[in-house]
Design a protein around this ligand. Structure first.
Ligand code: ARG
Length: 565
């Protein structure tokens, strides 16, 4: 809470002897700089008329001499006006003691799980949001003092292996694998899956049996199966790492489904012993969840003894509890697995696990079709590959700055900034519209728009290193008022984004700050033209803070600022 809120909180306590947190809003400029509805909130518990409460508070607030105007509106809103110079010293205060040092998560551990792609196919846009959101959540939790452990829960186990080997032997060649790597594996996977489906429709199971044979061979430690598995996995994993590197995301651990497979059986056994799970007549094992409001039980072992997705997640939960003792686990996984995770978490509760397990889900990425309709993003060939998307974004960024001398590194930053920022354009639950023109628009809610605003600030600072930026009481800060008020909001925005696990709140804030800066330049020269030395010092000092907030905020979203653009 900033000191303005603190003063109101103290005043409330002095007058009415009650303790409430104060939320300040920014009303339309004609009413004031800040507003609070606190009188309305406390009137009922105090048994008083809200306007009387507001009047008593206002009288006392006027005495503090912090505000240039305190007025009451409507049923009991309090509007406050503050001088620009108090705002500036307020900001100074915040900067020197708490800025960027919010420790609401201190002493607590959170596991953040992302992007968790599957090994069988090349990295597609399907795992773009898990990566972007996951990385931002990791940064936000770190910024608020949490100990963060990140884990890439790779989909590297089970059927894909059998499908790969069967398909490779039937539909591919050493040559093709050598040449196309993971893309050949992806092709093999899709072709084989299709053949399996067709075979099933014909009532046959030749291929399916072969897939099963390879899985059994692998489980029994067959040499050839092991060689295939290691090789395919290596090709796929190298590819995943290449893509993650381009996306500038990484994790501390990479404990995938295969890692947990050996623990699965034992975990299911524990469930049976504790009575959490029951065995059906056909041998399958389920966890009934009717006491948690689900008609559908969770299947943790098939009738043939095979493990399932849920089996490995069960083992994962137990492993994390034992090794990491987290207070919270955040699973960054798409909306389509919502039902699954509510079931999984119910099972964990049944097992007596009290850790806060949280499914951070998000909507799909849509695109506009030629006829103007909106649909899930895809290409003529099917899914869109992540590397293709990144290549295209870089091409786009390159043409955007074609007339200037911009380094490849900066082009990559712009491309990635555009893609990532669009992920935070709305509440993460909403489907986002991926439209090339708007994600690169230099005038709207886009990564490049914010990056450009930051580059501009940095350029002014860089061009004026001969002047020492400094706050000074010789300067009025009237033109800076709106920007100062915006800067003051930042620590609270970060905290709110972290506690609600909503990185898009940071994005929205950065957009507003960029807009505020553009308005500021329109009215106020910083370093050129008719500017006195004192004005220049004071204005540059504020720009330093703006630059710092842009860097800090964009960094939380995994976006870098180009040196030029
Ligand atoms: N690999 C899975 C998928 O792409 C996501 C894994 C999510 N995490 C988990 N613990 N189940 O669908």
């Amino acid at each position: 809470m900033n000191t303005i809120a603190q003063i109101i909180k103290q005043t409330l306590f002095d007058v009415f002897a009650i303790d409430y947190d104060i939320h300040l809003s920014r009303p339309d400029n004609q009413f004031g700089d800040y507003a609070t509805t606190i009188a309305l909130q406390v009137a009922k518990p105090l048994g008083k008329n809200p306007r009387d409460v507001a009047a008593a508070l206002a009288a006392k607030l006027r005495e503090t001499n912090v505000f240039t105007e305190v007025s009451i509106a409507g049923p009991g809103f309090i509007n406050l006006r503050i001088s620009a110079s108090s705002l500036s010293s307020e900001l100074d205060q915040q900067w020197s003691d708490t800025f960027g040092d919010n420790k609401t998560g201190a002493g607590k551990t959170v596991v953040v799980e992302y992007p968790s792609p599957n090994m069988a196919k090349p990295y597609s846009v399907g795992h773009l949001r898990p990566g972007n959101q996951g990385w931002a959540v990791k940064c936000l939790m770190e910024a608020t003092g949490w100990k963060v452990i990140t884990d890439n829960h790779l989909g590297d186990y089970g059927a894909p292996f059998g499908v790969w080997v069967t398909g490779f032997l039937k539909f591919s060649s050493e040559e093709a694998l050598e040449r196309d790597g993971v893309y050949e594996l992806g092709r093999v996977y899709i072709t084989t899956k299709k053949a399996l489906k067709e075979e099933k429709e014909r009532g046959e199971s030749i291929l399916a049996d072969e897939v099963q044979q390879w899985l059994i061979k692998l489980e029994n430690g067959d040499e050839q199966a092991k060689l295939f598995s290691e090789r395919f996995n290596r090709i796929s994993l190298e590819h995943i790492h290449t893509v993650m590197k381009r996306l500038k995301i990484s994790t501390d651990y990479e404990l995938g489904e295969a890692f947990f497979a050996p623990y699965g059986k034992a975990a299911v056994q524990t469930l049976l012993e504790t009575g959490v799970a029951v065995q059906n007549e056909d041998g399958s094992i389920i966890v009934p969840l009717d006491d948690y409001g689900f008609d559908v039980p969770l299947l943790v072992q098939k009738s043939n003894g095979a493990a399932l997705y849920a089996t490995s997640d069960l083992a994962t939960i137990l492993y994390r509890e034992e090794h990491w003792h987290p207070d919270k686990v955040i699973y960054c996984v798409g909306a389509e697995q919502q039902f699954y995770f509510t079931q999984l978490f119910a099972m964990a509760k049944k097992l007596g696990i009290t850790t806060d397990l949280y499914h951070l889900w998000f909507g799909f990425i849509d695109q506009l079709n030629e006829d103007g309709s909106r649909a899930k993003m895809s290409s003529r060939k099917g899914v869109i590959l992540m590397e293709e998307l990144l290549d295209k974004a870089e091409e786009r960024a390159r043409s955007m700055v074609a007339d200037r001398d911009i380094s490849d590194e900066d082009i990559q930053k712009i491309a990635l900034g555009a893609i990532k920022f669009s992920d935070f354009s709305a509440d993460r639950r909403t489907n986002i519209l991926f439209d090339w023109d708007s994600i690169f628009a230099l005038t709207g809610f886009s990564g490049p728009y914010i990056q450009y605003a930051a580059v501009r600030v940095n350029k002014i600072l860089g061009d004026n290193t001969d002047v020492e930026p400094a706050e000074t009481s010789d300067y009025e800060y009237e033109a800076e008022k709106a920007v100062l008020a915006k800067l003051l909001e930042y620590p609270e925005v970060v905290e709110l984004a972290a506690t609600s696990i909503e990185p898009h709140k940071v994005a929205t804030y950065l957009y507003e700050l960029a807009r505020e800066m553009n308005r500021y330049y329109e009215s106020t020269p910083v370093a050129t033209g008719d500017v006195s030395p004192v004005q220049k010092q004071a204005r540059l000092a504020m720009l330093e803070k703006v630059s710092h907030v842009f860097t800090h905020g964009l960094n939380l979203l995994g976006i870098e600022i180009p040196s030029r653009m």
